[in-house]
Write a protein that binds this ligand. Structure first.
Ligand SMILES: NC(=O)c1ccc[n+]([C@@H]2O[C@H](COP(=O)([O-])OP(=O)(O)OC[C@H]3O[C@@H](n4cnc5c(N)ncnc54)[C@H](OP(=O)(O)O)[C@@H]3O)[C@@H](O)[C@H]2O)c1
Length: 328
């Protein structure tokens, strides 16, 4: 089969298509013909040499796939050759074939295309985990979602609404209209507004019950200021840098704030399988019957992988950047 590889860490132009050995499924896995994958920031970091591949993970880029079952491992039940599925994977999405544990598979409803389905697993599972497993979101609570236009942000807005809670987002101003249409109750332009003041204003001084943060060090103090008493902050990335300066513990202690850091890729296979099982039960049906939707910004052919990576690095997207996998 063919896959997208790189030999040295570096820019987008390091990426090239090459012949690699076909994968073969373990007894509890299936072999998929990959129709589409989607980009994640982690792909850019890994390509740059800033995201070491965890032990046991597939070193090929790509954390999610949609495609068709080609072959079943000897212990797999509940799936057939020809089933269309999508899955969160631990690397290996930028390839024509991939072996995936059957416990990670989500069967596609009839009307869900491969390009939409490939845009779902990583960001919706991450947002679901952060909101429900970690932050224990309750109906009527307010959630501040930073980087609201990111893939994870656009998933989180929808899951917050589905839970009967209220999403407030930060994002560049020109993305606000799209985010309001997705369900954001208040959009804050972090470039021109003090987001902590805006959140306190929008919540009558109470603050957000849950905060999903992707910006990191520069936002920690303002997040504490924006957070309600007994609030939960889930820290998912450090897009603005990991170092914290001039930080007072006082609001953290006084408001009994819970701060949790997490990365999906460092989780065990068993954890990701349990998360997928809960997601399949609680959330997946809403993609068939509404109201959930994959938010796809742009679709690239995999021959244009360098352009796709450049586009993600430019921060222009609202939602996901998808890549179709060619047959040759
Ligand atoms: N921990 C986990 O398990 C996990 C899982 C998945 C993803 N992630 C992380 O979550 C983040 C979002 O991922 P994604 O793939 O959904 O991203 P994405 O679609 O590429 O979107 C990133 C958006 O963040 C905003 N942004 C970038 N730098 C910023 C900064 N310094 N300050 C404020 N906003 C900034 C930009 O939108 P604006 O135009 O609005 O600035 C940009 O479009 C990434 O950092 C990714 O690594 C973590």
């Amino acid at each position: 089969m063919k896959a997208i590889l790189f030999d040295q860490p570096g820019d987008e132009d390091q990426l090239y298509l090459a012949e690699v050995a076909d994968p073969s499924p373990a007894p509890d896995a299936v072999l998929l013909h990959v129709a589409a994958t989607a980009l994640n920031r982690a792909d850019l970091l890994q390509r740059e040499g800033n995201y070491p591949v965890p032990p046991g993970a597939n070193p090929i880029l790509g954390l999610e796939v949609a495609g068709t079952v080609m072959e079943l491992g000897s212990e797999v039940s509940g799936f057939e050759v020809g089933d269309n599925v999508c899955a969160l994977v631990n690397g290996g999405g930028y390839a024509q074939q991939i072996a995936v544990d059957h416990r990670m598979l989500l069967k596609l409803p009839e009307k869900l295309s491969f390009t939409k389905a490939a845009a779902i697993p990583e960001v919706f599972l991450t947002a679901y985990q952060a909101l429900h497993w970690i932050a224990r979101l309750q109906a009527s609570e307010t959630v501040l979602i930073h980087a609201g236009a990111s893939g994870v942000g656009t998933a989180a807005i929808q899951l917050v609404r589905l839970a009967g809670a209220v999403p407030i987002v930060t994002a560049s101003g020109h993305k606000h209209e799209a985010l309001a249409q997705l369900g954001a109750a208040r959009c804050i332009d972090y470039r021109t507004e003090d987001f902590a003041e805006a959140v306190l204003d929008a919540t009558a001084g109470k603050g957000a019950d849950v905060i999903l943060d992707f910006v990191g060090g520069p936002y920690l103090a303002q997040n504490m200021q924006s957070c309600a008493t007994d609030g939960r902050i889930v820290s998912l990335a450090a897009l603005g840098g990991a170092r914290v300066q001039d930080f007072s513990m006082a609001p953290f202690l006084r408001k009994r704030i819970q701060l949790t850091g997490t990365t999906m890729r460092s989780r065990t296979d068993e954890y990701r399988q349990r998360l997928t099982a809960d997601f399949r039960r609680d959330i997946w049906p809403y993609f068939a019957d509404g109201p959930l939707q994959a938010v796809v910004d742009t679709i690239y052919d995999w021959a244009d992988v360098a352009a796709a990576h450049r586009y993600m690095a430019s921060n222009a997207n609202v939602g996901k950047i998808v890549m179709t996998i060619g047959l040759d």
